[in-house]
Design a protein. Structure first.
Lengths: 201, 156
């Protein structure tokens, strides 16, 4: 089960609202490589993971991603507070505003709403961990691209933190793949699916 | 961003060290992806620096454009708590794939102890962090503002 801890993982304190930034940062909330996709991917992949240590890793990273989703929500919320009609128009935030006002809705920067089609749960240990490696890289690039567009240090700090987490998670998923192949026969890693096939007694 | 300039301006204060080098399997067969295992005893940041940099491990800090400059997170009572909580999160991920690293396990215990003490102190001064902390002596304070995504009146 999950229980709420009433604090962010890393502080988000944005002094100057700026809806123009919120318009694309929302992608890391509900976009294809966003934090909702990350948490749903790992927390769902856990159920078919056969190895105890990696059930732990998927649980721990999936849970951390929920905290990241909250951080991105906080960033978007703080960037869009106290907006005037004029500011909304000038920032190009009008297209988001007509549908969601200043609410935080899970969508990509392009406006595509969050969909489970963004994630993969293949039910095969090697395939799922390989997906996770790619997912961390794609999220890292999205944060790179956000950092290229932002010059407010109050926004850069938490985005930089989140980007660094993608690098660490990539390392851990790579190690998880090694822990998986350690248990398989290197003559043929693909002889069976450890998530599905029962071990031969 | 100038690609060639960035390539030749790798910061000298951050040379790749032994701690950044991991171990690959001796018999790495083809048709598989390999990530080097992070070695035991890798260099570590203190909790405050770890939170500010986004990792406990200098060897894993790989910022865009080699920009290693960060504004340190202010070590307010909440900042200290977040730093310890983050260090525990980070060490746990490491231990998930390095369960036999006794030094990391000992560090985890030390951080857990420090976190428990700081958390108790924080809850007494500033109110509940989880439902388990809610003591109703002065009324029900779980729902009190500010919630974490809001800019608080007091910067705690």
């Amino acid at each position: 089960m999950f229980e709420y801890e009433k604090t962010l993982q890393y502080p988000v304190k944005i002094k100057n609202p700026n809806p123009a930034l919120a318009k694309f940062i929302i992608s890391q909330y509900g976009g294809p490589d966003g934090e909702i996709a990350a948490s749903m991917r790992y927390l769902s992949q856990r159920f078919s993971m056969p190895y105890a240590d990696l059930k732990g890793l998927l649980t721990d990273i999936g849970t951390e991603e929920l905290a990241h989703m909250e951080m991105i929500g906080a960033i978007v919320h703080q960037l869009t507070r106290c907006m005037t009609d004029e500011e909304i128009k000038k920032a190009g935030f009008d297209t988001y505003f007509v549908d969601h006002t200043a609410g935080v809705y899970p969508q990509a920067a392009s406006g595509v709403p969050f969909t489970a089609a963004f994630i993969g749960v293949k039910g095969d240990t090697i395939a799922d961990l390989t997906e996770d490696l790619a997912a961390e890289q794609k999220a890292r690039v999205t944060y790179d691209n956000i950092l290229r567009m932002v010059d407010d240090p109050d926004v850069i700090d938490p985005i930089r933190f989140l980007r660094e987490r993608e690098v660490v998670h990539f390392q851990r998923f790579g190690e998880a793949l090694s822990r998986t192949t350690d248990r398989l026969n290197s003559r043929n890693f693909y002889a069976f699916n450890p998530s599905f096939d029962r071990p031969v007694k | 961003m100038d690609h060639d300039k960035l390539l030749c301006q790798m910061p000298e204060c951050r040379p790749r060290s032994g701690a950044d080098i991991g171990d690959l399997p001796q018999e790495a067969v083809i048709a598989m992806t390999y990530t080097p295992m992070q070695r035991q005893g890798s260099a570590k940041f203190e909790p405050g620096a770890a939170l500010s940099r986004g990792t406990l491990y200098p060897g894993l800090e790989l910022p865009l454009a080699n920009n290693y400059n960060v504004r340190p997170v202010r070590m307010t009572p909440l900042g200290e708590l977040q730093a310890l909580h983050f260090s525990i999160t980070e060490l746990s991920l490491y231990l998930d794939t390095h369960c036999s690293d006794r030094e990391a396990l000992a560090l985890l215990r030390a951080y857990q102890k420090a976190y428990r003490e700081k958390r108790e102190e924080y809850v007494k001064r500033f109110g509940p962090l989880s439902k388990q902390d809610v003591v109703c002596s002065d009324g029900y304070d779980w729902t009190d503002d500010p919630w974490p995504w809001e800019l608080g009146r007091r910067d705690i």
